[in-house]
Design a protein around this ligand. Structure first.
Ligand code: PMP
Length: 393
């Protein structure tokens, strides 16, 4: 008798590995300038400060222990103070929940807030990591387009007027991944008002809000309504390896997330949570660190966007990067970015085609370019290579 292979769960049906992950493997070659990855630059991650904080954390052996599922208490206190400033109200500690990066918060919220078949509204194009969560939760996903002011709230209103009732609306309100745009203050207010009127959750996914260039990000969407769950992260501000993210949510959501977190991983790392607490609490140090990172990313963003405009002229429309890590380029001459990619890789440059982020539109003429990990001159060389690849088509 031939051995029978046991089945996997039906939840996995239709799930695919992220196109970006697969692509990243391909572009690790040293001769390729990758604008694909979407990583912060490790050159500017505060290694020495992390080392000092780790040393001092390890002076206390209890940091080697398990910690609370909701996060190490002193970190939650530090975050409560920071987020109280963000939200313009006193955030109590029981509304602060620490997760293994903000990605885990998304994943746990997918389980806590969504029944199979629940309607989730996402932005089009969308953050792929959120799509993976919502697909795994068996949600029905409907997309709302973005424009220069972020999510088109009029399109969301139309959907609601048609009788659609979302359980959750996901938004990357600051420096959208992949689109680069920021939700305007008026739309933030309108989104929060709709959430209260129709009784849905908004997940404000905000890993990039601190990476503004010329002016601070607008007031958090969560400052307008308790129906908005705010996610943030130390990944872009300090370092992704800490795997420290956090959620600000009503107590009832935090307690439900806590039950699931116990099943997922018991708790996060007290060691990296103390490192994050030390660095996030030191306002002077953090201010100087962020100033430096903002200055460098801003210079790189300007170099990349102006190289794209110089090289491609009116064949493209690209977003002005006002912060974050990405610019989005739309080709107006019909260039198919998925077709162009293998030629671009041959010419030594990589990017992510728009189709990787597409939900209902195709974005075949678009691409996401990440400006954080290369110096200005390298970014210019990358755009030269891209132009040569496009010309060779
Ligand atoms: N949300 C968005 C929009 C992201 O772009 C990312 C990572 N690139 C995350 C969440 C997850 O980040 P982390 O888990 O490192 O906090």
């Amino acid at each position: 008798m031939s051995p029978q292979t046991p089945p996997l769960s039906r939840r996995l049906d239709g799930l695919q590995s992220s196109a970006i992950r697969d692509l990243l493997k391909l572009t690790a070659r040293p001769d390729i300038i990758s604008l694909a990855g979407g990583l912060p630059d490790e050159q500017f991650m505060p290694r020495d400060a992390i080392a000092r904080a780790a040393e001092s954390a390890l002076a206390d052996r209890t940091r080697l222990q398990y910690t609370e599922s909701a996060g190490w208490g002193p970190l939650r206190e530090v975050l409560a103070v920071r987020e109280s400033k963000q939200l313009g109200r006193a955030v109590p500690m029981q509304e602060v929940f620490v997760t293994h990066g903000s990605q885990q918060a998304l994943s746990l919220l997918g389980d806590v807030l969504l029944d199979p078949g629940a309607l989730v509204v996402v932005e089009d194009p969308a953050y792929v990591g959120a799509l993976q969560v919502f697909r795994a939760a068996g949600a029905r996903i409907v997309a709302v387009p973005l424009d220069a002011e972020g999510m088109r709230i009029d399109a969301l209103e139309e959907l609601l007027a048609r009788g659609e009732r979302p359980a959750l609306v996901h938004t990357v309100a600051n420096f959208h991944n992949p689109r680069g745009v920021t939700l305007s203050p008026a739309r933030r207010r309108a989104l929060a008002a709709l959430a209260e009127r129709y009784g849905f959750w908004v997940v404000e996914d905000d890993p990039y809000g601190e990476l503004w260039f010329d002016r601070p990000s607008p007031q958090s969407v969560a400052s307008y309504s308790p129906n908005v769950i705010r996610l943030s992260s130390a990944s872009k501000v300090l370092a992704p390896t800490l795997r420290v993210g956090w959620m600000i949510a009503p107590d009832v959501v935090c307690r439900s997330v806590e039950l699931l977190k116990q099943g997922a991983d018991l708790c996060g790392s007290a060691l990296t949570q103390q490192i994050a607490a030390d660095l996030l609490a030191d306002e002077d140090w953090l201010g100087a660190h962020l100033d430096k990172v903002r200055g460098i990313y801003s210079e790189r963003a300007t170099a990349l966007v102006s190289a794209v405009r110089t090289r491609f002229g009116d064949r493209v429309v690209s977003t002005d990067a006002a912060g974050g890590m990405f610019t989005w380029v739309d080709f107006t001459d019909g260039t198919d970015t998925a077709d162009l990619l293998p030629r671009a890789v041959e010419h030594g440059v990589a990017y992510v085609p728009g189709s990787a982020f597409a939900v209902s539109q195709s974005y075949r003429n678009s691409m996401r370019l990440c400006f954080t990990t290369s110096e200005a001159a390298t970014l210019e060389e990358a755009v030269d290579r891209l132009a040569r690849a496009a010309a060779a088509g």
